[in-house]
Ligand binder design. Structure first.
Ligand code: GLC
Length: 572
């Protein structure tokens, strides 16, 4: 295919044609709010729902379509709320159910949809079901809701199988090892994450029925959808066989072939949930957090009668390399087009080192599990430059895009947090070999000059903020040309105006041929991301819409794109 315009004819390879339907989630930009670190209205140093509500104006002005809230349910916070003790109530540190209603009302008034997190793979050990199971003892119906088993070895002293917890250590805990447990209770229970997160037994109809009711509870309250935690994990292979492999977060390569993940039976659950959501108006949506590879396998979660979206971790984990990124983008669109679903794009979330910092490492895009004292420290300026380029590339792609709070400020990871302040269970469960995820969860800076940079009305923060963050504060960037915040706002407005989320994609072959650049067209917008060292000249007459960095002068009539820079232009 060729594109003719007044000054050049471009040769392109079409990849994707546009959306398979009009629903909002096919093209939405969805902003992840991590409640404990977004904004604190109560003053205790931990973010809360009223804090979020008070700052929704920032998100409306940013130009996103929806927010996804990480868990705010009643929880002992052993895994920052991904250990739910009551799925129908709000933890007092975050507020109350009335605060959820106020948040939903305000968000909807601002035209922002709201997705909430659902954690169905495991409960907290404080959940009434697990407490009941502990008391009821071996062989009881209450234990059948989880995976309790006798141990192996002459005295049951060995775990029932060889599975490891994703946070490190065995995936089994013996009941009598728990504080206050019956000394004679030698059964073990399965937890793919922390000891305090027992896995539910999804073979039991009662478990399935309970979660359908939980979905309805929140749908009736007005939520627009759910992000499903560990969506590939609920069904385990019959008999929980030994495996011999190890599991890791996000990277599906090894984990997805184990007997604890991506079992065919899991899809029945999503078919039934699809039917529940379909009873409600407003195109409510389910998004899968599934660490599954290859992409064709991930696409099975978004078949027409299952979920609506799945996070594209293949994009998040790509190195900063032209060929890798091009391959992943092409493969992502092809895999989701095959089932009529939108692709999603994501660069950062609450489980990974922020992309500003990943891209500043000597191996750009490498994904350590946390960074701390003694580790390689990212090059902050280089990381930010590349992160801005990566973001502009992502926001130009058709499909739905996810942003993680603070990335619109260009926030780096906290890479020098004191180890004794770390709260992520991965830090101690891994025997201090993995620093974990605290560095991307530090409370946001809103005001350059205020205590706690305006995060908390009490001036406190549950994790310390680096002093260098004053330069990243939202109020230091609003209205400042070229700031990261203004770049995001401009890009999101242009994305809407040029309908890029619902657009098409074709690679532009001739501009990329001689350079280390990703060049694509989506509708009337030409996008150039230069990862090489040689500047890439723009076609003569290109009109620049937005750029992640300063452009260089090319020949007498044109501009060129320097290294680690993305630019969007129109040609006609
Ligand atoms: C998901 C969450 C992560 C959590 C884990 C266990 O991967 O994103 O934060 O620790 O599930 O619920």
């Amino acid at each position: 295919m060729t594109i003719a315009h007044p000054h050049a004819t471009l040769t392109t390879t079409p990849v994707h044609d546009g959306p398979a339907g009009p629903q909002w989630w096919r093209s939405a930009v969805i902003y992840q709010v991590y409640p404990r670190s977004f904004a604190d209205a109560s003053g205790d140093g931990i973010g809360d729902l009223p804090g979020i509500t008070s700052r929704l104006g920032h998100l409306a002005a940013l130009g996103v379509d929806a927010i996804w809230l990480s868990p705010f349910y009643r929880s002992p916070q052993a895994d920052a709320g991904y250990d739910v003790a009551d799925y129908r109530d709000v933890d007092p540190i975050f507020g109350s159910l009335a605060d959820v209603d106020r948040l939903l009302d305000r968000a909807h008034a601002l035209d922002l949809r709201v997705i909430v997190d659902l954690v169905p793979n495991h409960t907290s050990d404080d959940h009434a079901w697990f407490q009941e199971a502990l008391v009821a003892g071996p062989g009881s119906l209450a234990r059948a809701r989880y995976h309790f088993r006798d141990g192996r070895g002459a005295h049951g002293e060995l775990p029932p199988n060889d599975w490891e917890s994703i946070f490190g250590g065995p995936a089994w805990t013996r009941v009598d090892a728990r504080p206050g447990a019956e000394a004679s209770d030698h059964q073990w229970y399965l937890h793919m994450f922390d000891t305090r997160q027992p896995d539910l037994n999804w073979d039991l109809p009662e478990v399935r029925a309970e979660f359908e009711e939980i979905l309805r509870f929140w749908l009736d309250r007005g939520v627009d959808g759910f992000r499903i935690d560990v969506a590939h994990g609920m069904v385990k292979a019959p008999g929980l066989p030994d495996w011999g492999g190890t599991v890791a977060m996000i990277d599906g390569a090894a984990a997805n072939h184990g007997p604890m993940f991506d079992q065919d039976g899991v899809h029945d659950i999503y078919r039934s949930w699809h039917r529940v959501l379909a009873e409600y108006d407003g195109d409510r949506a389910l998004v899968a957090e599934a660490w599954v590879e290859p992409l064709a396998r991930l696409a099975r979660y978004v078949r027409p009668d299952e979920m609506h979206q799945a996070f594209n971790f293949a994009f998040l984990t790509s190195r900063w390399q032209t060929s890798t990124l091009r391959t992943v983008i092409t493969a992502s669109l092809a895999a989701s087009d095959e089932v009529g679903a939108p692709t999603t794009w994501v660069l950062s979330n609450h489980d990974v080192v922020r992309h500003t910092s990943r891209l500043g490492l000597s191996s750009p895009g490498a994904r350590p599990n946390g960074i701390g004292h003694g580790d390689e420290q990212p090059d902050e300026a280089l990381g930010l430059r590349r992160a801005r380029a990566a973001t502009l590339l992502m926001l130009a792609l058709p499909g739905s895009a996810y942003l993680y709070q603070g990335e619109e400020l260009g926030l780096p990871e906290h890479t020098a947090l004191d180890d004794d302040l770390r709260q992520d269970p991965a830090w101690w469960r891994s025997g201090h070999t993995e620093r974990g995820r605290d560095g991307c969860r530090v409370p946001l800076p809103w005001s350059r000059d205020a205590p706690s940079f305006g995060f908390s009305s009490g001036g406190r923060t549950w994790l310390p903020q680096p002093s260098s963050w004053s330069a990243y504060a939202a109020d230091a960037q609003v209205g400042v040309p070229g700031s990261t915040l203004e770049m995001y706002r401009t890009a999101l407005a242009l994305r809407r105006e040029h309908v890029l989320g619902a657009g098409s994609l074709a690679w532009v072959d001739d501009l990329a041929e001689t350079s280390d650049a990703i060049v694509l067209v989506n509708g009337d917008v030409l996008v150039v991301t230069n990862l090489g060292t040689t500047p890439v000249p723009l076609p003569v007459g290109a009109h620049v819409l937005v750029s992640s960095g300063d452009l260089a002068d090319g020949d007498a009539r044109s501009l060129s794109v320097p290294t680690d820079t993305t630019v969007w232009v129109t040609l006609i």
